[in-house]
Design a protein around this ligand. Structure first.
Ligand code: HEC
Length: 395
């Protein structure tokens, strides 16, 4: 029996990551909706209640009330929401480490961009996660905190800077995934360092018989609102692995920016609508940005893959490229250490094999740029363009 535990571990952690993420994002969406939907109670007002709401779900009625800053006595049983966030971050980090750090040479490093060791790549990856949080937290503690719009805009520009920079040093896939990790880390750190500690301080003040400081609740609310807008781009990045069109594009940082603007505009439409402010402009603008980003992606990709030589590409040129860059792995008995069978069952040693797999080769080499794996052989953009031209010509 041949058992390689790594892919199973990868699957199990990914499964956990998605489940925890659903629970976290679900409760985040729910509470933002609830906050926006609360209305002042009619008739006799209970002390401290800032809004209430009736809802029906799962065969029963719910009556929710929000106490601002807190009720006058501590309830016996109080639910906290934190493990959803922590589990999502921990499992996400484990995945990042398992795939992009443990096998950095295969998934994170692109030697044609920057030739670094696994350890250096890991250090760089961890460094940007920490840097992201420090910048964001610094912004939130600066006078900018008074304007969510201005703070959000600056944080967004910082993130585009990160995305641009990461794409210069990491593989497209590794760069895009790190953007998800930077934002996801800031979101989880919001829960861990701000939201939960502030809530603890409020509870402690109440138990001690003092009035809690309203600034604590306000700061927590602000971070939780930021998380609500940051969620959407992160979810896109979570499954972006399936879309070489996104991470393989040379302007992947611009595409991330475009799709994030789209998501936030549409989110804003819904957040306003829950407050009974219906502004279709945001919905239309979000859709327009989506279409513009998609068109930009398509044109930049086409321009890029046809930017090759004007001359005919001969099969012998392609054959040489495949021999230099592929067959150490994609052969009946691969020479590459650690493979005893052709990966993905793909053998590229004859003209028939190569031609029959032209479309797959195009996808992996030209669009996704994930083959040669980890670009261990240092395939250049020109060589990729040549393969692109050839694959297009035999379509
Ligand atoms: C270092 C070993 C290695 C090299 C070099 C390599 N590959 Fe791969 N290839 C793999 C592995 C491993 C997979 C399985 C998918 C994965 O784990 O990402 C794969 C999968 C593929 C697939 C199938 C993807 C799918 O699921 O449809 C194609 C096509 C492919 N490689 C083409 C190429 C081409 C073309 C080259 C040369 C330009 C190349 N590979 C170089 C290791 C390699």
């Amino acid at each position: 029996m041949d058992l390689d535990i790594t892919p199973w571990l990868n699957m199990a952690i990914r499964w956990l990551h998605v489940i925890a993420g659903i629970a976290w994002i679900g409760s985040s969406f729910y509470f933002i909706w609830l906050d926006n939907s609360l209305r002042p109670e009619k008739g006799e007002k209970e002390k401290g209640v800032s809004g209430a709401l009736w809802a029906v779900h799962g065969g029963g009625f719910y009556h929710k009330k929000k106490y601002l800053v807190a009720p006058d006595h501590m309830p016996d049983d109080l639910h906290w929401f934190k493990w959803e966030a922590y589990t999502t971050w921990l499992s996400g980090f484990a995945l990042l480490a398992l795939m992009y750090y443990w096998s950095a040479d295969l998934y994170l490093i692109d030697r044609s961009k920057l030739d670094i060791s696994n350890l250096q790549a890991t250090g760089l990856g961890l460094g940007v996660l920490a840097a992201g949080w420090l910048v964001y937290d610094g912004l939130c503690k600066s006078p900018l905190r008074k304007s969510n719009a201005l703070l959000g805009a600056i944080w967004f520009l910082v993130l585009i800077g990160f995305a641009y920079g990461l794409n210069l040093v990491f593989s497209g896939r590794g760069a895009v995934m790190h953007m998800g990790a930077i934002v996801g880390t800031a979101m989880a750190a919001n829960v861990f360092f701000i939201i939960i500690p502030n809530q603890r301080k409020v509870v402690a003040a109440m138990l001690a018989g003092h009035a809690p400081d309203p600034a604590l609740g306000k700061a927590a609310k602000q971070r939780s609102l930021h998380n609500n807008y940051m969620t959407l781009p992160v979810v896109l990045i979570m499954f972006s692995n399936h879309y070489p069109l996104l991470f393989g594009n040379p302007y992947n940082w611009a595409l991330l920016a475009g799709f994030s603007i789209c998501a936030m505009l549409i989110r804003h439409f819904f957040n306003l609508r829950h407050k009974d402010e219906v502004r279709y402009g945001y919905l239309v603008a979000g859709t327009a940005v989506f279409i513009a980003t998609m068109l930009f992606a398509a044109f930049s990709q086409r321009g890029f893959s046809s930017a090759s030589t004007k001359n005919e590409v001969t099969f012998s040129q392609i054959n040489t490229l495949i021999e230099n860059h592929c067959t150490m792995c994609h052969a009946q008995s691969p020479a590459y250490d650690g493979f005893d069978a052709p990966p993905a069952g793909l053998v590229l040693t004859s003209k028939a094999d190569i031609t029959a797999n032209a479309a797959r080769i195009y996808d992996q080499v030209v669009i996704a740029k994930i083959m040669p794996l980890g670009n261990e052989t240092g395939m250049t953009e020109k060589e990729r363009a040549l393969i692109g031209q050839w694959a297009q010509s035999i379509k």
